[in-house]
Design a protein around this ligand. Sequence first.
Ligand code: KG4
Ligand code: ZN
Length: 348
Amino acid sequence: MSEPLVLGIESTCDETGVALVRGRELLGDVTATSMDEYARYGGIIPEIASRAHLESFIPTLDAALAAADVDLGQVDAVAVCAGPGLIGSLTVGVSAAKALAVSLGRPVYGVNHVIGHLAVDELTDGPLPERFIGLIVSGGHSNLLSIRNIATDVVELGGTLDDAAGEAFDKVGRLLGLPYPGGPHVDRLARAGDRHAIRFPRGLAAGKDKERHRYDFSFSGLKTAVARYVESLQDAGQEVPGAHVCAGFSEAVNDSLTAKAVQACLDHDCDTLVVGGGFSANSRLRELAAQRCAAAGITLRLPPLRYCTDNGAQIAALGSAAVRAGVEPSPLGFAPDSGMPLSVTVVH
Ligand code: KG4
Ligand code: ZN
């Protein structure tokens, strides 16, 4: 018998994503986004995002079913992101998922959006190994995880003490007057700059902090150093070398992320590093991670660019992994959790 058909629904932030996965095969995946509406505000407006989810959900569902060439009646289980994210956005997706599950008479799995960023890797690179280190880098998270089973056994090793990697990039983008979200723009500018021109500090990289926070990150000191550098030039009426600033800043962030991720692999005797999250689209992260993993004999698994930012496939992939692992579905009364911890993969 073929494996169950899982419908995945993503609505944590500005993307409405719907995907269909059978086993580890992605059959259809459609994403709508309301990001264009936020450029003039310089950040996401939760009320606008919630309304956009409500408007986009049915068309996105229809498009995903058509892309997968399946009927709603064939769906065996519904997976939906239960958190972390914007509560209004999550509520739209969770309500839609429950309505579908009840009307179809199928189970619903409220899954962790962040862990989904790693699960999506199975759809492109095949089954995850028995043990691996996960590096999550997104707008809200920068975490190192030790994983034995993506659906049942995820242990947090560390995370950021302040800003997430994507968040730090967005803030530096704002400082330099780049459009929101700044991450991709800072990445693009960094490629044109000299990463050795300006050396910015690496957080938690020396002294007692290095050992005490072996798997933690800190980017707020770096962000302040960048702000001071830019402001001192502006105050002196000098031109800010934007590309060099971005290159030096990007190097500092990516040096910390990749050094600690490789260290975690070596410490835990894991030969695979899986990276996921919106920031895993960053070109220097991809380059430096590849170099350092190769040098340490570690297999690096990175999602293709289109699965880095939020999508329905990551939710369907994690839902499918939960079904495969025999995890109990979520009770129908479950609520979304804007601060869902990494210790919870499926809500119970
Ligand atoms: O995972 P994601 O789509 O949403 C969250 O769950 O947070 O990540 C979005 C974050 C934003 O901060 C965005 O600026 C950042 O990922 N991002 C990038 C790049 N592409 C997206 N940051 C740096 N370089 C990029 N190429
Ligand atoms: Zn995300």
